[in-house]
Structure formats: structure tokens, C-alpha cells
Design a protein around this ligand. Structure first.
Ligand code: EPU
Length: 425
């Protein structure tokens, strides 16, 4: 059933909010359990729809998932792996591409429905394919499926043109039991990649250069790997969402469970906008105390691979700039088409224009509530934040996108005083 969110701009939010683990880590950790038999435990797992979908895909492939308690997953790789990932599941989440590397290296063959694009544009996988080819795989495309085969993969020296998150993850998991050494240069180094590296190392993989732009993976034998228990890295994008919500509502919030060191560049820019932030420790969790100024100041921002400002933060930043004092320019360097939500912000009275991969935002004192649509996960969260900055009622449709990546956004925001509810669509 389709549902909507109703948000009413109702003044400052205040209190504390706990941020769970990262969608873009946990989905990759789940895929990596395909590497070896046995039962894995993941904790700090967000309760989001994408975890359910990845669980369904893994079940199809031969890994059973249980959720014994909130935030906990038990994944049992039965050893009976069927390396075929069907269209109905693959088309639902981009992260399904992450089963390619583990399945290929483990089974020597894989048949994967071609992952689709997103509302913000095409999402090619040429770097995944050419990297695996350099390691000895052969690919064929037929009837919408990507088919790959290999004898045991071998190590290779791979240099990326661009630090792709997904390609880095697929190649490093594939390299875990390739023969010899694989070097991935100009690789991505997002905190979620580091989390996956740490997960693989704890399983018995041999990886060095973790956290840098050159990863070196020495292949090990399959019987050297074993299942483990792992705490998922906190979600920096959900964290930024609560900081943005505090910022536009003139609020004051303790955002807990997060790792500010994973968000340094963003936090510097938030400070430039006038947010006051300081470390906080509460109920056994570390985090940040944030206090908003009377009015945010405009800044210019460009998105870049980590440690730069993530493209996933951008809809939140543009929303904040919509009500800031002055003019800000935001440049998108990853997905040129990722501006569709700007039309929705304009419906709320934001003064934003886009040309090519730039957006120019002239801040207005207040937005005004209207009916808007969530086009993707991050754009949807930005609509919620915009609703908090708007007079009157903002009704957001397409909230199934938000549910894919946000763990109880409505409950968490309500608990800190926001007026937000979920209604039937
Ligand atoms: N690219 C290629 N060829 C490839 C791979 C990537 O041209 O083979 C290009 C893409 O088209 C894009 C750029 O490289 O222009 C970045 O793509 P990347 O591979 O780094 O992204 P991804 O792994 O597909 C992940 C996140 C995205 C996030 C990007 C960038 C997951 C499941 N998705 O995607 O998150 O925007 O990294 O940080 O981890 C989201 O969570 O809402 C989301 C879209």
C-alpha cells in the first residue's frame, strides 16, 4: 500500500536521537557472507526495507537470514550456493551487484540480472566487469543477464579511472581467494569500504592499505576463512539528516552512535553555515551535540568521492541552503542528473535554479508547505527536512523510497518534537 508522510513546520526540535548502522555498509557485509559457510552475526543493523530485500536475494542464493532481535541479523551460509540472482530481486536494489564478486570467486560462475539505474541516472558497471576480467573472468551478456565464468581467479594490478564504491567492493571480495596478489589503485575509501575490509580481515582475508586509495589483497585458501560477528559502522548519511533537521528547525540535538571522524569535511561545511557542534557522550554512546543558529549562512559546496562531500548529502545541503542567508552554489561531480528533487523544493517555495551539474540556491526566510514527491531515498529525506523548514503542511508521497534507507525516520523525528506522521496514501 502506498503511504505518505505529513510534516508540519512546528518549531525547533530538541532531544537526542540514536543513529543505527549504515545501509551502504550492511548490504555489502551481507553479500560478503556468500564467501564462506557457517553462521555470521551482524549487529547495529538498521531496520530498513533494503535489508529485507537483500535477505530475500541471499535466501534465493543459499544464505538464510534471521532477525532474532532489533538490530541483529544472523546469516547462515548453508554451503549450498546457487549463483543465480533473478531479475525480480536484483532490480529492486543497486547493492545486489555486490553479490557478483563473492559468487564468482566462490562458485566460478554467476548469472546476475543486469542491475538497473536510479531516478538520478544510469549506473554503469563497466569497472566491475573489466576488473574481474583482468582477474581471469569471462563475461557474456544475454537476455538481460550478465553471465560470468572463471577457473580460480588470479591476482591483478588494477587502476581505476574513478574511485567507484561498488567496483572497489566487488573486486576486493573477489580477490579474497584469488591466487596471488591483487592491487586496486585509485580505489574508493569510504568508511563503509573500510568496514567491509575490516569484516573480511576478521574472517581471515589478507588485506592491507585499508582506508587508503590503494588496497592490496593477498589471496588465501577458502578453508582459511570463517564466519564472524561484526558491528556495522554508523550511517553517516542518516546522521547528516538529523543534523540538517536540527539546522532548519533552529533546533538543538544530540546525535548519538555516530563517528564524526567519518564526516569531517561535511561537519566543517556545516560549521561554516553557522552550526555549533561539540562532542557528546550519553547513555554509552558517543556523538555530536548540535545547536542551530538563528539563520544559516550560505556556502558553496562540491560533491566528491570520500573524503570529499558525498553526493548522498547533497539533497540535504541544498535544502539547508534554501533557507540560508545568501546565495550558495552546489556542484555535483558524481551523478550529473541528481537534481530532480529541486523541482519539489521549488514547489515548497525554494529559489533554486540548475544548469548542467550546478545548482544556484538563493536562500528565502521560510519555505511554504505543499504536496511533494520523494524520487529516491536521499531526495525523500530532504523533503522531510524541507517540511520542517516550511510553514504549514508538507505532504510527501513516494515514501517507500525513504523506507529503503531510513530506520524509523518518523518515530525518531517525532521523539525529538517534530510534527510528522505516516498516513495511508
Ligand atoms: N561508475 C561507472 N562505472 C562503474 C561504476 C561506477 O561509470 O563501473 C560511475 C557511476 O555511474 C557514478 C560514479 O561512478 O557516476 C559513482 O559510482 P559508484 O560505483 O561509486 O557508486 P555505487 O557503488 O553505485 C554507492 C552508493 C550510493 C552512493 C554512491 C557514491 C550503495 C548501495 N550505493 O553507489 O548510494 O551515491 O556509492 O557515493 O552503496 C544511496 O544510498 O541512496 C545511494 C545512491
Amino acid at each position: 500500500m502506498s503511504e505518505k508522510f505529513v510534516v508540519r513546520g512546528s518549531g525547533p526540535i530538541s532531544g537526542s536521537v540514536y543513529v543505527p548502522g549504515a545501509k551502504n555498509s550492511v548490504l555489502k557485509l551481507m553479500a560478503a557472507t556468500l564467501l564462506t559457510d557457517g553462521t555470521f552475526e551482524l549487529t547495529n543493523v538498521p531496520d530498513i526495507v533494503d535489508v529485507t530485500i537483500m535477505g530475500e536475494l541471499l535466501a534465493e542464493l543459499g544464505v538464510e537470514m534471521l532477525r532474532p532481535a532489533p538490530g541483529q541479523l544472523l546469516l547462515t551460509d548453508t554451503g549450498d550456493i546457487n549463483p543465480v540472482a533473478p531479475y525480480e530481486l536484483v532490480e529492486k536494489i543497486r547493492a545486489s551487484i555486490n553479490v557478483l564478486g563473492p559468487l564468482l570467486t566462490r562458485c566460478g560462475e554467476v548469472r546476475l540480472s543486469m542491475p538497473g539505474g536510479d531516478d538520478f541516472g544510469a549506473r554503469p558497471i563497466d569497472m566491475h566487469v573489466s576488473g574481474l576480467e583482468a582477474m581471469g573472468a569471462e563475461f557474456k551478456f544475454s537476455h538481460g543477464y550478465l553471465e560470468a565464468r572463471c577457473e580460480r581467479l588470479h591476482g591483478a594490478d588494477i587502476t581505476f579511472d574513478f574511485p567507484s564504491v561498488g567496483a572497489t567492493e566487488n573486486l576486493m571480495t573477489a580477490a579474497v581467494f584469488a591466487t596471488g596478489r591483487t592491487t586496486i589503485d585509485n580505489c574508493a575509501r569510504e568508511p563503509e569500504i573500510t568496514d567491509l575490509c575490516n569484516f573480511l580481515v576478521a574472517m581471515g582475508a589478507n588485506i592491507s592499505g585499508i582506508g587508503t586509495s590503494t588496497l592490496v589483497i593477498e589471496g588465501v585458501e577458502r578453508d582459511e576463512l570463517h564466519p564472524i560477528s561484526h558491528h556495522t559502522v554508523p550511517d553517516r548519511i542518516q546522521a547528516a539528516t538529523y543534523l540538517a533537521a536540527a539546522a532548519v528547525s533552529n533546533g538543538e540535538l544530540d546525535v548519538l552512535g555516530i563517528r564524526p571522524d567519518d564526516m569531517t569535511m561535511l561537519l566543517d561545511r556545516f560549521a561554516d553555515m553557522g552550526l555549533q557542534m561539540s562532542p557528546v557522550e550519553m547513555a554509552g554512546h558517543t556523538g555530536l551535540h548540535v545547536a542551530a543558529p538563528d539563520r544559516l549562512r550560505s556556502i558553496d559546496v562540491a560533491t566528491l568521492p570520500y573524503p570529499g562531500i558525498a553526493t548522498d548529502y547533497k539533497p540535504l545541503i541544498i535544502t539547508m541552503l534554501s533557507v540560508a542567508d545568501g546565495v550558495g552554489i552546489v556542484t555535483e561531480n558524481l551523478y550529473p542528473g541528481r537534481f530532480r528533487y529541486v523541482e519539489e523544493l521549488q514547489r515548497l517555495g525554494a529559489d533554486v535554479s540548475t544548469t548542467g551539474h550546478h545548482a544556484v540556491i538563493r536562500g528565502v526566510p521560510r519555505l511554504s508547505g505543499a504536496e511533494v514527491k520523494a524520487h529516491d531515498i536521499r531526495a525523500g529525506a530532504a523533503m522531510v527536512v524541507a517540511g520542517l523548514a516550511a510553514e504549514g503542511e508538507t505532504i510527501i508521497s513516494g515514501v517507500h523510497h525513504i523506507d529503503r534507507g531510513y530506520d524509523d525516520l518518523v518515530g525518531r523525528l517525532s521523539a525529538v518534537g517534530a510534527s510528522i506522521e505516516r498516513i495511508p496514501g
